[in-house]
Write a protein that binds this ligand. Structure first.
Ligand code: ADP
Length: 178
């Protein structure tokens, strides 16, 4: 059994808004005012309290929007979680390597969750939808970054994958890491 402070990593196929965890991570956009994909699903099911909290953050701290690679926490509204951590993934570019920004999303979200005292956190595959990141590379960055963090008191990191393709890619990366 591992004695390190690295959290256990689990894969789940499904909808992130169905998860019961301390923190649900939202693949937000920098406006923090909602969008499609995971963002749309979280605001739809979480209710207006989350959007109101995001509006407050825009007014108080992020007038120009939340920068790419950063993370911020709000209430989880009606979702079965204590907090939503909103993070802004980079749009994929074949001309420019933006993987450090994608890694930053996972790292900053995890650190924020740990600072809040969360024991469990659910991540979607950030940037792999509307933002166009290839799933195999997105999975590698996600798993590698999470496994490199000491995340106490976070004990469980759950990647919630929406479709079979995403699940298989994450499974492959995790298997390689043993
Ligand atoms: P981004 O703009 O960061 O690419 P998206 O929300 O478009 O974010 O997609 C990120 C990933 O989340 C994609 O792989 C997409 O299939 C997946 N996804 C979309 N809706 C959900 C959901 N309700 N739960 C979990 N994953 C989802």
């Amino acid at each position: 059994m591992s004695t390190s402070a690295t959290p256990a990593v689990h894969l789940v196929r499904g909808d992130i808004t169905d998860q019961s965890v301390d923190v649900i991570v939202n693949a937000a956009n920098s406006s923090l005012l909602g969008g499609g994909g995971v963002d749309g699903a979280i605001h739809r099911r979480g209710g207006p309290e989350i959007l109101a909290a995001c509006r407050d953050l825009r007014a108080s701290r992020y007038g120009k929007g939340l920068p790419t690679g950063q993370a911020v926490a709000t209430t989880a509204g009606r979702l079965d979680a204590r907090w939503i951590v909103h993070t802004v993934g980079p749009v994929f570019s074949s001309a420019q390597d933006r993987s450090a920004l994608l890694a930053s999303c996972y790292r900053q979200s995890l650190r924020l969750a740990a600072g809040l005292g969360a024991k469990s956190i659910a991540f979607p595959a950030i940037s792999t939808g509307i933002y166009g990141w290839p799933m195999d590379d997105g999975a590698r960055i996600a798993v590698r970054t999470v496994l490199a963090e000491r995340a106490q008191p976070v004990q469980e990191v759950r990647f919630v994958l929406f479709d079979a393709h995403a699940y298989v890619e994450f499974e492959e990366v995790l298997a390689l890491r043993g």
